[in-house]
Design a protein around this ligand. Sequence first.
Ligand code: NAI
Length: 331
Amino acid sequence: MRIAFFSTESYDKESFDVANTEFGYEIEYFESRLNGRTAAKARGFDAVCAFVNDKLDAKVLAKLASYGVKIVAMRCAGFDNVDVGAAQELGIKIVRVPAYSPYAVAEHGAALLLALTRKLPQACARTKAMNFELGGLTGRDLHGLTAGILGTGKIGRIMAGILRGFGMNIIAYDAFPDKDWAKENGVKYVELEDLYRECDVLSLHCPLMPETRHIVGHAAIQMMKNDAVIINVARGALIDSRALLYALRKGQIGGAAIDVYEGEGEYFFNDWSTKVVEDDVLARLMSLPNVIITGHQAFLTKNALKNIADATLGSLRAFEEGADLVNEVKA
Ligand code: NAI
């Protein structure tokens, strides 16, 4: 099988080359994102492997189908950037990696929360410059505060467990609540509006879908406490970033630590340090002392990369052999 890889980073190549010693596939790694302009690179390949900011809309998928691509393997959990219905009509299978390491993602969320509440970026910048003053670095105990988990799937549950370990009270909202899990873990499900009102930390762990787009918008933020903080390691567009910026500027919210951003497609995974960033919302958010942004790195642990590579190539092998496609995404 010939596989065209898009959005390849050095760590993808390393982990897939190791995993591929067992499979022996012919892989060509492209650094470019997959979109209408670059889709032609997939000509002559049987499969495409893509990532979070590749664009797999109906047009791109039609091009892939015309080149004879039969399967697209997303090497990630989310698939909000894929028109799954169009793929189905075109006869292209879509597979993903539903759970490569929910620990990697939840732990990054916890790291962001601690970094934000204990002002670690400012503290580290000071000590690097041999400035050991503490003024302005006062933080807050997490112990005794209330964490609101929005989405209690694989990652949300692990985040709930970690925050429980800090001695936080855990409340949660999910469109499909698991009451047994909640009971066993001392978690209280509440209505969405109550989640916003009661939490000191709002942690987002639901998928991006039409009904969750901007689920944290102006109205939600207005319900939240002025010193509450928002953690987003799920998908950028769960938050209306303009509404977030407005609330941060007005002091209506305590801070935000995000690994994902709704306009990230243009910037994340690239070096913009010597270029002009035209996204004023991103630039302004970045300038605020109570905002931390990482560039979609929550998944990036050795464990997760190995699991992603093994599961992705495993799905392609299953497809080749006509076996059950357990990780298939259907419309
Ligand atoms: P999951 O499918 O196990 O859990 C998602 C949960 O959200 C489910 O319990 C589901 O019932 C709930 N949900 C669905 N619709 C909802 C709604 N309208 N309101 C509230 N809850 C709703 O997914 P998992 O593995 O926990 O991942 C969550 C998200 O994290 C993924 O969809 C993905 O977008 C994101 N992610 C981000 C990564 C990163 O590197 N930053 C890496 C991996 C995943």
